[in-house]
Design a protein around this ligand. Sequence first.
Ligand code: GTP
Ligand code: MG
Length: 216
Amino acid sequence: MQMPFPISQAPDDRMREAGRLLFAGDTDFVKGVVAMSGLPDADRPEVCFAGRSNVGKSSLINALTGRKGLARASNTPGRTQEINFFTAGDSHYIVDLPGYGFANAPVPVVEKWQRLLRAYLAGRQTLRRAFVLIDARHGAKAVDEEIMSLLDRAAVTFQCVMTKTDKVKKADLDRAMDVTRAALAKHPAAYPEIVMTSSEKGEGIETLRAIIAGID
Ligand code: GTP
Ligand code: MG
């Protein structure tokens, strides 16, 4: 029997090249958005990176673009507080979202981000896919499932991306994958393949570039 939610295979040469070309083009910061009214024109396909605070969203965008300081990455959870738009060549927007599930921020601040996050995920016409990042050491948590449910309701396909694979021991990874697959199985908007990544070691970066290049 085939395992549900298999790990995404390495791209073929043609797709790898398409991914390389996409991110070899200009990758630039466009703007940080704090309200729906500030979104750039919905004039091209867009993918976003969602996930708990500190899961590695900004680091993954830096790894994809090959530009270390492009999306800010830090040890301080909750650092990315705006919806940050980046270009990948002329053809796509890449969107770095504020992390969710960060308990130590003041409640009104958290509520404001969550409202914006929800409005964006449910209401952005050109959002083709959300990548939901999950720490490979921990697997999907309740807050991740809340976002998955929101994406189900908004009919936005989401693809699970495991992060920080360089930090996980085999036994912990197996358990985290089991937990994550069980969570995904409950969500109709879940894309059937999981991507394994390490921004630190480069694992999965070519694969993710190729996946994004294939979205239009
Ligand atoms: P917020 O913007 O606060 O929601 O966080 P984020 O999801 O953007 O996480 P960020 O990219 O800032 O990374 C958080 C921490 O994890 C940083 O210290 C990164 O260096 C570290 N990190 C991110 N990706 C990896 C990885 O693949 N491997 C390892 N070892 N560390 C990573
Ligand atoms: Mg960030």
